[in-house]
Design a protein around this ligand. Structure first.
Ligand code: AMP
Ligand code: FE
Ligand code: FE
Ligand code: ZN
Length: 293
């Protein structure tokens, strides 16, 4: 199947979350919002899951092309303690069993970890209910943003940003996830016909970042691109990512990392060039982009 053509001046946003993970719009609402925002291409990239793909495809508005993807929770073991990082994976085959099993393992581990975070909070007298938080995730991939919402509802913090501060989920009540080794993830995404892109690689305000030497090694291992334009990167960090990508022959992307009302960023706040999008489509052999019938 040939992918739908996109206009030369297409507006392309390759990183957005739905209620299948920690976004606040359902997959159907997400694609409708992307159409209303004037996007030509949007990617659904929920954390560690593909469950949003089918409802997003079913709700595609005319004129919008959907890139099916995921944002995979990874870890680099070259530092002590290991560093968490996110790998965007585009157009991979969701039926590939090894990658599917790894994603299922990570989702299950997130539930164990979320429950442990809530237990730590409760031990300090913060009366949150894990069953309620899990139910609030509605079967989607659960994460700290769901606990952050519970802290807001309990009146303990005013904003998600405050909930991610050092007193709360950013440090004091932060527990590591059981993620996928990043080299293994790159290999599994490629084996499933997907195209791996390092999400917000210099976003130091989220936590520790990895050295450029790792990115050099990942490029040799099959990494295809780097997300450069992202709200968590300063202009200097964006320029650094671009220069590194050029040196390594990787493409760069730009994206909103839209999470609905869990974040303030809007769909299309940052965009990807049609050339970079073309490289993703050309390299993918798992599934194709889809447009409404
Ligand atoms: P988790 O996957 O459970 O570790 O939670 C990480 C998620 O929390 C990310 O995918 C973002 O959606 C969100 N997040 C991370 N850092 C922040 C922050 N400083 N402010 C708001 N949301 C954040
Ligand atoms: Fe998120
Ligand atoms: Fe991310
Ligand atoms: Zn994201």
């Amino acid at each position: 199947m040939t992918p739908p053509p996109v206009p030369a001046a297409a507006r392309i946003d390759l990183h957005a979350h739905s209620t299948a993970s920690d976004g606040t719009l359902t997959p159907a609402e997400l694609v409708r919002a992307a159409g209303e925002a004037g996007l030509d291409v949007v990617a659904i990239t929920d954390h560690d899951t593909t469950t949003g793909w089918a409802p997003a495809v079913a709700a595609l508005p005319p004129g919008l092309t959907l890139v099916r993807g995921a944002e995979i929770s990874c870890r680099w073991h070259g530092a002590d303690p290991p560093v968490a990082l996110h790998l965007l994976a585009y157009l991979f085959d969701p039926a590939e069993p090894e990658l599917g099993a790894e994603l299922a393992r990570v989702r299950a581990a997130r539930e164990v970890r979320g429950e442990r975070i809530v237990a730590l909070l409760r031990a300090d007298g913060v009366e949150l209910s894990w069953p309620e938080i899990l139910a609030g995730a509605g079967g989607g991939t659960v994460g700290r943003p769901h606990i952050a919402q519970a802290l807001i509802r309990a009146g303990l913090v005013a904003t998600t940003t405050e909930a991610f501060g050092p007193e709360w989920l950013g440090e004091r009540y932060r527990l590591p996830k059981d993620d996928i080794d990043v080299f293994r993830a790159v290999r599994l995404v490629r084996a499933a016909g997907g195209v791996p892109v390092f999400a917000h690689p210099r976003a130091s305000r989220r936590g520790r970042i990895v050295p450029d030497e790792l990115i050099v090694e990942l490029a040799a291992a099959g990494l295809a691109g780097l997300e450069a334009d992202h709200e968590d990167h300063s202009p200097a960090e964006r320029a650094h990512v671009r220069a590194l990508a050029a040196e390594l022959g990787l493409f760069v992307t730009g994206s909103s990392d839209f999470h609905g009302t869990h974040k303030t960023v809007r769909l299309g706040a940052f965009t990807t060039s049609p050339e970079a999008y073309g490289r993703i489509v050309a390299e993918a052999t798992g599934v194709t982009p889809v447009a409404s019938a």
